[in-house]
Design a protein around this ligand. Structure first.
Ligand SMILES: NC(=O)C1=CN([C@@H]2O[C@H](COP(=O)(O)OP(=O)(O)OC[C@H]3O[C@@H](n4cnc5c(N)ncnc54)[C@H](OP(=O)(O)O)[C@@H]3O)[C@@H](O)[C@H]2O)C=CC1
Ligand SMILES: O=C(CO)[C@H](O)[C@H](O)COP(=O)(O)O
Ligand SMILES: [Zn+2]
Length: 338
């Protein structure tokens, strides 16, 4: 069977390619229904990854956040029409100690190989999870799973005093991570730090929000999450180092193109732990499905960060979605009608 894959071939240029679809018993064929754009996709779309990386990775279909419906299961395990979330991290080996999202051998959709911008996607059956949620919200499962991965790591490594937790970055990653922290640590004070008041207002479930240039002098934190990335990472991490209490954890989530200069002298003096967090595995997705299915308010809050839904029927619509996304405060979702 021939499939159509919508690949980025150069910054801001998407081409339809016809490719053979892999069909075997270990795969299930999924028709994407909703896809959402991540900052990582935007970096490829705009070419901000730089010429060398772009040359290595393109042509490549973007998007690693997506849900869809089963159109064909050779084993008959899933009924046609079953709603599933697709897991972009693709393990190539089993390891009992190291999580699959950290194994160097794992492959990741829309980073190492084609993402979900395809007519149908041939998914390994161990990389789909059925759900009953509204797919318009469920499209945020990958984003949620990334927050879940970080919060699970935090639970494992942080000391038990969790009176005050700070989240730097009032965007998508900051939002879902804060929401997960709110439910996991209902008694902790949850503080969110951002640059624009307009975006801080979305975080109504936090105890308080602050602008980074207007933080009370006596404010202290036991632990913090950095969800900024890019050029803002450096200022955010150094501000956290200044404000955090000794032996706290700094949970890093933002992706930066360039090395970040941080105040290691104070990391040493305060005995801080810096924890790296990237992507997510099957268990993080499963926990995210349960999390969204369990809490009505979580679904309501998540719906507030969908800035725009773009109906996709042509490659022109795909370009429109990516262009609009750069002006949207939060998520741009593509309703995949192609
Ligand atoms: N670790 C992982 O697995 C994942 C990492 N990421 C990465 O996380 C980062 C954030 O992604 P996302 O939330 O989608 O991006 P957003 O742009 O939505 O969020 C970043 C937010 O940080 C704010 N900000 C900028 N500078 C500072 C500062 N110094 N202190 C506090 N806040 C600041 C920005 O404000 P303003 O808009 O006003 O400038 C913005 O609201 C990106 O680098 C992304 O690639 C994304 C997904 C998964
Ligand atoms: O968004 C992410 C996961 O949800 C990661 O930031 C993304 O995987 C980074 O990929 P790349 O190395 O291709 O920028
Ligand atoms: Zn992402």
């Amino acid at each position: 069977m021939i499939n159509t894959v919508y690949r980025l071939i150069a910054p801001r240029q998407i081409r339809s390619d016809f490719v053979d679809l892999t069909i075997d018993d270990e795969r299930v064929i999924i028709r994407p229904t909703y896809l959402s754009i991540c900052a990582a996709d935007q970096r490829y779309y705009t070419g901000s990854r730089g010429r060398v990386v772009m040359k290595q990775k393109l042509p490549m279909a973007l998007i690693h956040e997506g849900v869809g419906e089963v159109v064909y299961d050779p084993k008959g395990e899933y009924e046609v029409g079953t709603k599933v979330v697709m897991i972009p991290n693709t393990p190539m080996e089993k390891d009992d100690v190291i999580k699959a999202n950290y194994l160097r051998s794992s492959r990741f959709r829309a980073s190492g190989f084609d993402g979900f911008m395809q007519n149908v996607v041939s998914m390994r059956r161990d990389l789909i999870i059925p759900f009953t949620l509204d797919p318009e919200i469920a499209v945020l499962l990958e984003l949620t799973s990334v927050g879940m991965n970080a919060v699970e790591t935090f639970k494992k490594h942080a000391h038990e005093r969790k009176h005050a937790i700070g989240v730097w970055g009032n965007g998508n990653v900051g939002f879902v991570t804060s929401l997960i922290l709110r439910k996991a640590f209902p008694d902790a004070k949850l503080y969110v730090f951002g640059v624009q008041e307009r975006k801080n207002r979305y975080f109504s479930f936090a105890d308080e929000t602050f602008l980074i240039n207007d933080i009370p002098e006596d404010l202290k934190l036991d632990h913090a999450f950095e969800c900024v990335g890019g050029r803002g990472s450096e200022a955010a991490i150094n501000q956290i180092i200044d404000l955090i209490n000794p032996q706290g954890t700094i949970n890093l989530m933002g992706v930066s193109e360039n090395p970040v200069a941080i105040n290691t002298r104070m990391v040493l003096e305060k005995g801080l732990t810096l924890l790296g967090n990237s992507r997510s595995n099957y268990d993080d997705f499963k926990k995210s499905v349960d999390f969204m299915e369990e809490y009505d308010d979580v679904r309501d809050y998540l719906s507030t960060i969908i800035s725009e839904i773009v109906d996709i029927k042509t490659t022109k619509d795909m370009i429109k979605a990516f262009e609009n996304d750069s002006n949207n405060d939060f998520k741009t979702v593509m309703k995949w009608d192609i």
